[in-house]
Design a protein around this ligand. Structure first.
Ligand code: NZQ
Ligand code: ZN
Length: 384
């Protein structure tokens, strides 16, 4: 096992009805800005529930944080928060609202252009505290300190993380996900799946707990992912998926093991240039990525084939092929296409994707730092 530092201070309020408990988590006399997206929380009653829980608290609202949240939109919230002397943020939504709110937390006290936090790695020395009410389980943003923000003006989709950007608390109420459209349910399963593979399908370091934990999370997705689509109001299924997504990216399974994340980096460029959902990009890239890098990932691919998919073919290469094919078919079975062509993207799009990766310095990716632009080209070509 590799050396690691593990730190995660987020308090989790899990279960139906837990929104009622959020007032207790706020500092006294807080001036709260509730942040949300395009309105799903208005339609399904979640906003009313949050406001009822905060009836004795001073609250403001900022809506319109879009999927793949943009700097342009978020800067309007920065202005509002500064003007109204907001001192606590409450994100109510999916990963985009949570990520956008993390950006706000860092941007509101920042002097200078907050985009520098992402583009120039400018130092963040303070951040507003914030909490979350999660309505879509996928990203793990509810219990980590990372965020991904898009600048529309320059087609940049960049990630950042900071130790001050863990949520103070997150409400994980599985019933809040009942109103998700099937596409978002499927996206959530795929995103969670790929978060796990980014930290598991690398090379062995004899980290038994991390491996078994990752395999347990993958098996839960394979078991309950399809059920969530068939039975949208099955509480236990939603609860299992929600907790799986949180555990997949709260630092636990990635501690002490090599981390890859190349699939995510290629995926971000597909979203930046072609507007695909985050999970759609991962469904396209992962199977191709595993094929292109099957030699460096050989030992873990064999372990994955055996322990996750129960494959026992005598020939190792056949087992790896089957495991990758099972992965691709699992995504397809959830209704998430796994080829660029299915989204109307042809091979003429590849050079621009590669220049984006180059411009963003994504030229030595992966657990070994050896995955170059040439590798990315092969992955995009294989994903056609
Ligand atoms: O905007 P509203 O109206 O709320 O609708 C949203 C949005 O259209 C809708 N939705 C959310 N909860 C709902 C609901 N509709 C009905 N009922 C509900 N309960 O779902 C749509 C998608 O929401 P979004 O937040 O964009 O989805 P997701 O949670 O998948 O977040 C994706 C974003 O997270 C980033 C991605 O890059 C992308 O920008 N990621 C963040 C990570 C992190 N912070 O650790 C890691 C991930 O790898 C990922 O990169
Ligand atoms: Zn992801």
């Amino acid at each position: 096992m590799q050396n690691f530092t593990f730190y995660n201070p987020t308090r989790i309020l899990f279960g139906a009805g837990r929104i009622a408990d959020i007032a207790k988590e706020l500092p006294t006399n807080a001036r709260v800005l509730i942040t949300y997206g395009g309105g799903s929380i208005l339609k399904n009653g979640t906003l009313d529930e949050v406001k009822a829980a905060l009836k004795d608290v001073t609250v403001y609202e900022f809506s319109g944080i879009e999927p793949n949240p943009t700097y342009e939109t978020l800067m309007q919230a920065v202005e509002l928060a500064r003007r109204e002397r907001i001192d606590f943020l409450l994100a109510v939504g999916g990963g985009s609202v949570l990520d956008g709110t993390k950006f706000l937390a860092a941007a509101i006290p920042f002097s200078g252009d907050p985009w520098d936090i992402l583009a120039k790695r400018a130092k963040v020395s303070s951040a507003l505290p914030f909490g979350c009410v999660l309505t879509l389980s996928a990203t793990g943003s509810e219990m980590n300190n990372g965020a991904v923000i898009t600048k529309r003006a320059s087609d940049d989709k960049l990630a950042f993380a900071h130790r001050l950007l863990f949520p103070r608390f997150s409400v994980l109420d599985p019933t809040k996900t009942y109103t998700l459209p099937p596409r978002q349910v499927a996206n959530g399963v795929v995103d969670t799946f790929v978060h796990i593979t980014e930290q598991y399908l690398t090379f062995p370091v004899d980290a038994k707990v991390q491996d078994r934990f990752a395999e347990g999370l993958l098996l839960t997705l394979i078991e309950d992912g399809p059920k969530a689509l068939q039975e949208p109001q099955n509480y236990d299924v939603r609860a299992n998926l929600m907790w799986t997504a949180t555990l997949a990216l709260n630092g636990l399974i990635g501690a002490g093991v090599p981390n890859d994340w190349a699939t995510h980096m290629l995926g971000h460029e597909l979203t930046a240039l072609h507007g695909l959902d985050h999970a759609q990009t991962l469904a396209i890239i992962l199977p191709a990525m595993l094929q292109v890098r099957r030699e460096e990932k050989r030992a873990k691919l064999l372990q994955y084939a055996e322990r996750v998919w129960g494959l026992n073919a005598a020939d190792d290469d056949a087992r790896i092929d089957l495991a990758i094919e099972h992965t691709r078919l699992f995504f397809e079975s959830l209704g998430v296409p796994t080829r660029l062509s299915a989204y109307g993207i042809g091979k003429e799009a590849i050079p621009a994707l590669l220049s984006q990766l180059e411009r963003h310095g994504m030229v030595a990716l992966g657990e070994q730092g050896s995955f170059t632009l040439e590798g990315s080209r092969k992955v995009f070509e294989r994903a056609e």
